[in-house]
Design a protein around this ligand. Structure first.
Ligand SMILES: [Zn+2]
Length: 357
Protein backbone atom coordinates (compact mmCIF):
# COMPACT_ATOMS: atom_id res chain seq x y z
CA UNK A 1 0.00 0.00 0.00
CA UNK A 2 3.02 2.28 0.30
CA UNK A 3 3.07 3.07 -3.42
CA UNK A 4 -0.62 4.03 -3.66
CA UNK A 5 -1.19 7.66 -4.50
CA UNK A 6 -3.26 9.05 -1.64
CA UNK A 7 -6.22 11.34 -2.27
CA UNK A 8 -5.49 14.73 -0.74
CA UNK A 9 -8.66 16.32 0.59
CA UNK A 10 -8.91 20.03 1.42
CA UNK A 11 -12.65 20.12 2.22
CA UNK A 12 -15.12 18.17 4.29
CA UNK A 13 -18.17 16.82 2.48
CA UNK A 14 -21.21 18.17 4.37
CA UNK A 15 -24.26 15.90 4.27
CA UNK A 16 -27.78 16.31 5.63
CA UNK A 17 -29.07 12.88 6.65
CA UNK A 18 -27.53 9.43 6.33
CA UNK A 19 -26.67 8.38 2.75
CA UNK A 20 -28.46 5.27 1.49
CA UNK A 21 -26.51 2.14 2.36
CA UNK A 22 -24.08 3.80 4.78
CA UNK A 23 -25.28 1.89 7.83
CA UNK A 24 -24.54 -1.44 6.16
CA UNK A 25 -21.30 -0.41 4.46
CA UNK A 26 -18.00 -2.00 5.58
CA UNK A 27 -15.11 0.38 6.30
CA UNK A 28 -13.24 -0.65 3.18
CA UNK A 29 -16.16 0.28 0.91
CA UNK A 30 -16.98 3.72 2.34
CA UNK A 31 -15.16 5.30 -0.58
CA UNK A 32 -17.96 4.06 -2.86
CA UNK A 33 -20.52 6.17 -0.92
CA UNK A 34 -18.53 9.18 0.28
CA UNK A 35 -16.20 11.51 -1.60
CA UNK A 36 -13.80 11.93 1.30
CA UNK A 37 -13.88 13.10 4.91
CA UNK A 38 -17.57 13.71 5.63
CA UNK A 39 -19.73 15.40 8.24
CA UNK A 40 -23.24 13.94 8.44
CA UNK A 41 -25.97 15.81 10.29
CA UNK A 42 -28.66 13.52 11.70
CA UNK A 43 -31.66 15.36 13.17
CA UNK A 44 -32.72 14.79 16.77
CA UNK A 45 -35.13 16.09 19.41
CA UNK A 46 -32.68 18.06 21.51
CA UNK A 47 -30.11 20.68 20.56
CA UNK A 48 -27.19 21.31 20.47
CA UNK A 49 -25.77 18.28 18.68
CA UNK A 50 -23.45 15.59 19.94
CA UNK A 51 -20.32 15.38 17.76
CA UNK A 52 -18.87 11.90 17.13
CA UNK A 53 -15.80 11.18 15.01
CA UNK A 54 -14.68 7.81 13.66
CA UNK A 55 -11.94 6.49 11.40
CA UNK A 56 -9.39 9.26 11.83
CA UNK A 57 -7.21 6.18 11.58
CA UNK A 58 -8.38 4.00 8.71
CA UNK A 59 -7.64 0.70 10.46
CA UNK A 60 -9.70 1.48 13.59
CA UNK A 61 -13.25 0.40 12.74
CA UNK A 62 -14.94 0.02 16.14
CA UNK A 63 -16.36 3.56 16.06
CA UNK A 64 -17.90 3.00 12.62
CA UNK A 65 -19.41 -0.35 13.64
CA UNK A 66 -20.85 1.08 16.88
CA UNK A 67 -22.36 4.11 15.09
CA UNK A 68 -23.87 1.89 12.40
CA UNK A 69 -25.41 -0.41 15.04
CA UNK A 70 -26.80 2.53 17.01
CA UNK A 71 -28.25 4.35 14.01
CA UNK A 72 -29.80 1.15 12.59
CA UNK A 73 -31.69 0.78 15.88
CA UNK A 74 -33.01 4.33 15.54
CA UNK A 75 -33.87 4.08 11.85
CA UNK A 76 -37.29 5.59 11.17
CA UNK A 77 -37.32 7.41 14.54
CA UNK A 78 -36.00 10.80 15.60
CA UNK A 79 -32.77 10.58 17.65
CA UNK A 80 -33.05 11.93 21.22
CA UNK A 81 -30.41 14.54 20.32
CA UNK A 82 -29.10 15.87 17.04
CA UNK A 83 -25.89 14.25 15.90
CA UNK A 84 -22.91 15.47 13.88
CA UNK A 85 -21.05 12.40 12.67
CA UNK A 86 -17.58 12.88 11.20
CA UNK A 87 -16.06 10.04 9.18
CA UNK A 88 -12.35 10.67 8.64
CA UNK A 89 -9.83 8.82 6.53
CA UNK A 90 -11.97 6.66 4.22
CA UNK A 91 -9.08 6.35 1.74
CA UNK A 92 -6.91 4.63 4.34
CA UNK A 93 -9.93 2.60 5.51
CA UNK A 94 -10.21 1.25 1.96
CA UNK A 95 -6.89 -0.53 2.59
CA UNK A 96 -7.23 -1.16 6.33
CA UNK A 97 -4.33 1.21 6.99
CA UNK A 98 -3.84 3.79 9.74
CA UNK A 99 -2.94 6.24 6.95
CA UNK A 100 -1.66 5.94 3.40
CA UNK A 101 1.85 6.84 2.32
CA UNK A 102 1.77 10.49 1.31
CA UNK A 103 -0.98 11.32 3.81
CA UNK A 104 -0.35 12.87 7.20
CA UNK A 105 -1.78 11.11 10.25
CA UNK A 106 -5.40 12.33 10.38
CA UNK A 107 -5.08 12.78 14.14
CA UNK A 108 -2.13 15.18 13.83
CA UNK A 109 -3.66 17.80 11.51
CA UNK A 110 -5.83 19.83 13.89
CA UNK A 111 -3.41 22.57 14.96
CA UNK A 112 -2.59 24.17 11.61
CA UNK A 113 -0.04 23.25 8.96
CA UNK A 114 0.44 23.44 5.20
CA UNK A 115 -0.78 19.99 4.12
CA UNK A 116 -4.09 19.82 2.21
CA UNK A 117 -5.46 17.73 5.08
CA UNK A 118 -4.70 20.57 7.53
CA UNK A 119 -6.88 22.79 5.33
CA UNK A 120 -9.61 20.14 5.52
CA UNK A 121 -9.22 20.12 9.31
CA UNK A 122 -9.53 23.93 9.42
CA UNK A 123 -12.66 23.70 7.25
CA UNK A 124 -14.30 21.37 9.79
CA UNK A 125 -13.17 23.36 12.85
CA UNK A 126 -14.36 26.66 11.28
CA UNK A 127 -17.75 25.04 10.81
CA UNK A 128 -17.86 23.62 14.35
CA UNK A 129 -16.79 26.92 15.92
CA UNK A 130 -20.00 28.50 14.62
CA UNK A 131 -22.09 25.60 15.83
CA UNK A 132 -22.93 25.11 19.53
CA UNK A 133 -22.02 21.57 20.58
CA UNK A 134 -23.29 19.44 23.47
CA UNK A 135 -20.20 17.24 23.71
CA UNK A 136 -17.67 15.53 21.46
CA UNK A 137 -16.47 11.93 21.34
CA UNK A 138 -13.54 10.80 19.17
CA UNK A 139 -13.35 7.01 18.82
CA UNK A 140 -10.12 5.03 18.41
CA UNK A 141 -8.68 1.56 18.78
CA UNK A 142 -5.34 0.41 20.13
CA UNK A 143 -2.99 -1.74 18.10
CA UNK A 144 -1.92 -3.61 21.26
CA UNK A 145 -3.75 -5.29 24.14
CA UNK A 146 -5.03 -2.52 26.43
CA UNK A 147 -8.02 -2.20 28.71
CA UNK A 148 -10.70 0.15 27.41
CA UNK A 149 -10.06 3.68 28.60
CA UNK A 150 -10.98 7.27 27.91
CA UNK A 151 -8.76 10.31 27.49
CA UNK A 152 -9.34 13.96 28.34
CA UNK A 153 -7.27 17.00 27.48
CA UNK A 154 -8.77 19.16 30.24
CA UNK A 155 -9.25 18.29 33.90
CA UNK A 156 -12.61 19.96 34.08
CA UNK A 157 -15.55 18.28 35.83
CA UNK A 158 -17.77 18.11 32.72
CA UNK A 159 -14.95 16.58 30.70
CA UNK A 160 -14.08 14.01 33.35
CA UNK A 161 -17.75 13.14 33.78
CA UNK A 162 -18.19 12.60 30.03
CA UNK A 163 -15.11 10.36 29.83
CA UNK A 164 -15.87 8.42 33.01
CA UNK A 165 -19.20 7.25 31.59
CA UNK A 166 -17.17 5.14 29.16
CA UNK A 167 -14.45 3.90 31.51
CA UNK A 168 -13.21 4.47 35.05
CA UNK A 169 -9.69 4.37 33.63
CA UNK A 170 -8.84 7.87 32.39
CA UNK A 171 -5.78 9.30 30.73
CA UNK A 172 -5.08 13.03 30.76
CA UNK A 173 -2.75 14.32 28.06
CA UNK A 174 -1.84 17.59 26.40
CA UNK A 175 0.76 16.26 23.95
CA UNK A 176 0.56 15.63 21.07
CA UNK A 177 -1.44 18.85 20.81
CA UNK A 178 -2.31 18.39 17.10
CA UNK A 179 -5.03 15.84 17.86
CA UNK A 180 -8.72 16.45 17.16
CA UNK A 181 -9.76 16.13 20.81
CA UNK A 182 -7.51 19.04 21.86
CA UNK A 183 -9.17 21.23 19.21
CA UNK A 184 -12.65 20.04 20.24
CA UNK A 185 -11.86 20.64 23.92
CA UNK A 186 -11.87 24.36 23.19
CA UNK A 187 -15.48 24.09 22.00
CA UNK A 188 -17.23 21.71 24.40
CA UNK A 189 -16.61 18.81 26.82
CA UNK A 190 -14.65 16.29 24.75
CA UNK A 191 -13.18 12.84 25.18
CA UNK A 192 -11.24 10.28 23.19
CA UNK A 193 -12.36 6.73 23.83
CA UNK A 194 -9.86 3.93 23.24
CA UNK A 195 -11.80 0.75 22.60
CA UNK A 196 -9.29 -2.09 22.58
CA UNK A 197 -8.48 -3.96 19.39
CA UNK A 198 -10.27 -2.87 16.22
CA UNK A 199 -13.60 -4.46 15.42
CA UNK A 200 -13.92 -6.72 18.48
CA UNK A 201 -17.55 -7.36 19.44
CA UNK A 202 -17.20 -6.46 23.12
CA UNK A 203 -15.64 -3.10 22.35
CA UNK A 204 -18.25 -2.34 19.70
CA UNK A 205 -21.10 -3.13 22.14
CA UNK A 206 -19.58 -0.98 24.90
CA UNK A 207 -19.12 1.96 22.50
CA UNK A 208 -22.66 1.59 21.16
CA UNK A 209 -24.04 1.69 24.74
CA UNK A 210 -21.87 4.68 25.60
CA UNK A 211 -23.00 6.65 22.54
CA UNK A 212 -26.63 5.81 23.30
CA UNK A 213 -26.06 7.23 26.80
CA UNK A 214 -24.47 10.41 25.41
CA UNK A 215 -27.39 10.91 23.01
CA UNK A 216 -30.01 10.49 25.74
CA UNK A 217 -28.35 12.70 28.40
CA UNK A 218 -30.70 15.64 28.93
CA UNK A 219 -27.93 17.98 30.03
CA UNK A 220 -24.22 18.04 30.72
CA UNK A 221 -23.27 16.49 34.03
CA UNK A 222 -20.63 17.81 36.37
CA UNK A 223 -20.27 15.23 39.12
CA UNK A 224 -16.95 13.40 39.29
CA UNK A 225 -17.47 9.81 40.37
CA UNK A 226 -15.56 10.34 43.64
CA UNK A 227 -13.72 7.32 44.95
CA UNK A 228 -15.74 4.77 43.02
CA UNK A 229 -12.71 3.34 41.30
CA UNK A 230 -11.90 6.29 39.05
CA UNK A 231 -8.21 6.33 38.17
CA UNK A 232 -6.62 9.22 36.30
CA UNK A 233 -3.21 8.90 34.69
CA UNK A 234 -1.20 11.58 32.98
CA UNK A 235 1.03 11.00 29.98
CA UNK A 236 4.55 12.16 30.82
CA UNK A 237 6.60 10.63 28.01
CA UNK A 238 6.41 9.05 24.57
CA UNK A 239 8.70 6.12 23.78
CA UNK A 240 10.06 5.90 20.26
CA UNK A 241 12.51 3.59 18.53
CA UNK A 242 15.20 5.05 16.27
CA UNK A 243 14.08 4.79 12.62
CA UNK A 244 16.92 2.60 11.36
CA UNK A 245 16.70 0.02 14.15
CA UNK A 246 15.27 -3.40 13.33
CA UNK A 247 12.75 -4.66 15.88
CA UNK A 248 12.26 -8.29 16.90
CA UNK A 249 10.32 -10.04 19.65
CA UNK A 250 11.33 -12.83 21.96
CA UNK A 251 14.65 -14.04 23.30
CA UNK A 252 17.83 -12.13 22.52
CA UNK A 253 20.33 -13.60 20.11
CA UNK A 254 19.83 -11.25 17.22
CA UNK A 255 22.86 -8.99 17.49
CA UNK A 256 21.51 -6.55 14.91
CA UNK A 257 18.09 -5.88 16.43
CA UNK A 258 16.23 -4.51 19.39
CA UNK A 259 14.59 -7.67 20.83
CA UNK A 260 11.52 -6.63 22.80
CA UNK A 261 9.98 -9.05 25.26
CA UNK A 262 7.36 -11.38 23.79
CA UNK A 263 4.67 -10.40 26.31
CA UNK A 264 5.28 -6.65 25.97
CA UNK A 265 1.59 -5.81 25.59
CA UNK A 266 0.86 -7.58 28.90
CA UNK A 267 2.68 -4.68 30.64
CA UNK A 268 0.06 -2.10 29.60
CA UNK A 269 -1.56 -0.23 32.50
CA UNK A 270 0.27 -2.25 35.17
CA UNK A 271 2.31 -0.75 37.99
CA UNK A 272 5.87 -1.70 37.04
CA UNK A 273 8.88 -1.66 39.32
CA UNK A 274 12.43 -0.50 38.58
CA UNK A 275 14.39 -3.19 36.76
CA UNK A 276 11.35 -4.42 34.77
CA UNK A 277 12.74 -5.85 31.54
CA UNK A 278 11.53 -4.33 28.26
CA UNK A 279 13.93 -6.15 25.96
CA UNK A 280 17.50 -6.69 24.90
CA UNK A 281 19.61 -4.45 22.76
CA UNK A 282 23.24 -4.96 21.89
CA UNK A 283 23.14 -1.89 19.63
CA UNK A 284 23.94 0.67 22.33
CA UNK A 285 21.92 3.08 24.38
CA UNK A 286 20.65 5.44 21.68
CA UNK A 287 18.01 3.06 20.37
CA UNK A 288 15.03 3.96 22.54
CA UNK A 289 14.11 7.53 23.30
CA UNK A 290 11.57 8.88 25.77
CA UNK A 291 10.40 12.39 24.93
CA UNK A 292 8.72 14.51 27.61
CA UNK A 293 5.72 16.76 27.07
CA UNK A 294 7.90 19.78 26.33
CA UNK A 295 9.89 17.83 23.74
CA UNK A 296 12.80 17.26 26.13
CA UNK A 297 14.79 14.04 26.21
CA UNK A 298 13.84 12.19 29.42
CA UNK A 299 15.15 8.78 28.36
CA UNK A 300 17.67 8.44 31.20
CA UNK A 301 14.98 9.24 33.76
CA UNK A 302 12.88 6.24 32.77
CA UNK A 303 15.10 3.72 30.98
CA UNK A 304 18.39 2.11 31.93
CA UNK A 305 20.74 -0.25 30.10
CA UNK A 306 22.27 -3.11 32.00
CA UNK A 307 24.59 -5.43 30.05
CA UNK A 308 22.48 -5.26 26.91
CA UNK A 309 19.22 -5.49 28.88
CA UNK A 310 16.81 -2.57 28.52
CA UNK A 311 15.03 -2.04 31.84
CA UNK A 312 12.89 0.52 33.63
CA UNK A 313 14.82 2.98 35.77
CA UNK A 314 11.97 3.84 38.14
CA UNK A 315 8.44 2.74 39.06
CA UNK A 316 6.01 3.71 36.34
CA UNK A 317 3.05 2.71 34.27
CA UNK A 318 3.20 2.22 30.51
CA UNK A 319 0.34 2.32 28.03
CA UNK A 320 -0.36 1.60 24.37
CA UNK A 321 2.68 -0.69 24.11
CA UNK A 322 2.27 -2.53 20.84
CA UNK A 323 3.86 -5.46 19.01
CA UNK A 324 2.89 -3.96 15.67
CA UNK A 325 6.29 -3.04 14.21
CA UNK A 326 4.73 -0.82 11.52
CA UNK A 327 2.91 1.20 14.20
CA UNK A 328 6.05 1.39 16.37
CA UNK A 329 7.99 2.97 13.52
CA UNK A 330 5.12 5.07 12.17
CA UNK A 331 3.93 6.30 15.58
CA UNK A 332 5.60 5.09 18.76
CA UNK A 333 6.27 2.09 21.00
CA UNK A 334 4.08 3.38 23.83
CA UNK A 335 3.67 6.02 26.53
CA UNK A 336 4.93 6.54 30.07
CA UNK A 337 2.17 7.45 32.53
CA UNK A 338 1.99 8.85 36.03
CA UNK A 339 -1.01 8.57 38.33
CA UNK A 340 -2.83 11.73 39.39
CA UNK A 341 -4.83 11.71 42.57
CA UNK A 342 -8.37 13.01 42.45
CA UNK A 343 -7.27 15.76 44.85
CA UNK A 344 -4.72 16.95 42.30
CA UNK A 345 -7.42 16.68 39.67
CA UNK A 346 -9.92 18.71 41.70
CA UNK A 347 -7.34 21.37 42.59
CA UNK A 348 -6.44 21.67 38.92
CA UNK A 349 -9.98 21.92 37.66
CA UNK A 350 -10.69 25.63 38.31
CA UNK A 351 -7.41 26.70 36.71
CA UNK A 352 -8.14 24.75 33.57
CA UNK A 353 -11.67 25.92 32.95
CA UNK A 354 -10.43 28.80 30.78
CA UNK A 355 -9.34 28.41 27.17
CA UNK A 356 -7.48 25.16 26.51
CA UNK A 357 -3.72 25.49 26.32
ZN1 LIG B 1 -6.41 6.01 16.42
Amino acid sequence: MDDLAANRHTRVQMLEGIPEGLLECPANRLDTLLEGPSLIRVPGERQPPLFVSVLLHGNEVTGLLAMQALLREWQGRLLPRELLWFIGNIDAARYGARRLAGQPDYNRIWAGGDAPECEMARHLLDYLEHQPLFAAVDIHNNSGQNPMYACVNRLDAQYINLASKFSKLLVYFTKPHEVLSVALSRLCPATVIECGLSGEAQGTAQVRDYLAHCLTMAQRETDIPGDKGLAVYQTVGRITVRDDVRIAFGSPGDEEALSLREDLEGLNFRQLSPGTLLGHCPLGEEVLRVTGNAGEDVTAHFIAHDNGRVVLQRPCLLSMLTRNIHVIHQDCLGYVMQPRTLEQTRIQAPHLSGPAR
